[in-house]
Design a protein around this ligand. Structure first.
Ligand SMILES: *Cc1c(COP(=O)(O)O)cnc(C)c1O
Length: 365
């Protein structure tokens, strides 16, 4: 049997939506992106959505919108995708890495507090794998020091913290619609969401060459072309309609894994009682991670490592080599993402579990 790590979803409605835009000959700055922004903002329970051409550009714009400048410090985890950090560095600000919590793999608020200096201007909690960060603790720190919060929600569409939608808690939240995420635009895309009127105006302008809405060749900011194209927005709107049931399906797959793997030697993902986890990834831990990965590959099972190298140890980040994050560094050696997607059939889940058990029987120590 062959089991992929993830699978994409395309249906006739999506194909028709793409063709309709093609035939409309309106490819950018049209009605599709506008409607998608409104619908996604409503989904997150916030006032504004601003569509972008990637999650990375949403993060870049979010940082500039809250006023991050050269020399400022931004606290974030190192156990995340590189794009949480790279926009900070492009601005000339300094990424300051905090440790993660060993249960949820999200940023450790206690360590965040230790890393605050008089230059700290923002915190980026990453709702990694689809599990929300402990936002009350982070909000408390932000209030104590008058610091802004940008949520990296690129893996957490539909997740909830204490009943609140992820995206509605920080000052700004950023989502990605990269094809592997819980919903996609069938290409690169992202969304910045906020409840703040001023931030919405500025972010919207930065995404569109620094022009305020309605202006053509007058530019109030030095902006970018980070807009989302119409075909992608049209596809995103349909994917968004499916998202709530996809989230529930992912949670069901995770529940089956949890039950069937309970007796195994693997450390299984946790869902805190205040969290609604959306299982963008189902991540287990094993000290024999690399061997297990290889074994599953031979069985036709695709797995992933998210992420094998913490950001502070990346080749491009040599200037950060004095950073020490023992928990982050240990976890990077143990994590393994098992196949999960909404349409995953029971027999495939069982096959993955059976193969893991077979691996464990062959291990002697
Ligand atoms: C995917 C992802 C990003 C970047 O999103 P893109 O759309 O690929 O630019 C940023 N942060 C995290 C945690 C991600 O998973």
């Amino acid at each position: 049997m062959k089991v992929n790590l993830a699978e994409m979803y395309v249906d006739d409605e999506i194909k028709k939506a793409a063709i309709d835009v093609l035939e409309s000959k309106r490819y950018v700055k049209g009605q599709q992106a506008k409607e998608f922004e409104k619908e996604f903002a409503r989904f997150c329970n916030v006032k504004y959505g601003i569509a972008t051409n990637s999650g990375t550009s949403a993060l870049h714009v979010a940082l500039l919108t809250i006023g991050i400048k050269r020399g400022d410090e931004v606290i974030l985890p190192s156990h995340t995708f590189i794009a949480t950090a790279s926009p900070i560095i492009h601005i000339g600000a300094k990424p300051v890495f905090a440790e993660i919590d060993e249960n949820t793999y999200t940023i450790d608020a206690e360590d965040v507090r230790k890393k605050i200096t008089d230059k700290t201007k923002a915190i980026i909690p990453v709702h990694l794998y689809g599990h929300p960060c402990n936002m009350d603790e982070i909000k408390e720190i932000a209030m104590d020091y008058n610091i802004k919060i940008i949520e990296d929600a690129c893996q957490a569409h539909g997740a909830e913290y204490k009943g609140k939608k992820i995206g509605s808690i920080g000052d700004i939240a950023c989502f990605s619609f990269f094809p592997s995420k819980n919903m996609t635009v069938a290409g690169d895309g992202g969304m910045l969401v906020t409840d703040n009127d001023e931030y919405a105006i500025k972010a919207k302008a930065l995404v569109d060459q620094g022009r305020l809405e309605g202006k053509k060749y007058e530019h109030d900011f030095i902006g970018f072309n980070y807009r989302m194209s119409e075909i992608l927005a049209a596809i995103g709107r349909i994917q968004l309609k499916h998202l709530p049931k996809w989230v529930e399906r992912r949670r069901e797959v995770a529940k089956v894994y949890n039950e069937l793997l309970e007796e195994s030697s693997l450390i299984l993902p946790m869902e805190m009682e205040w969290a609604k986890h959306v299982y963008h990834l189902y991540v287990v831990r094993s000290r024999k991670r690399d061997k297990l990965k290889e074994f599953l590959k031979e069985k036709g099972i695709g797995t992933g490592i998210h992420y094998p190298i913490p950001i502070h140890l990346q080749p491009a980040m040599k200037f950060l080599r004095n950073v020490k994050l023992p928990i982050t560094e240990k976890i990077a050696k143990e994590v393994l993402s098992l196949p999960i997607y909404p349409q995953m059939e029971m027999e495939k889940i069982e096959y993955v579990v059976k193969s893991i058990k077979e691996f464990e029987e062959h291990q002697t120590d």
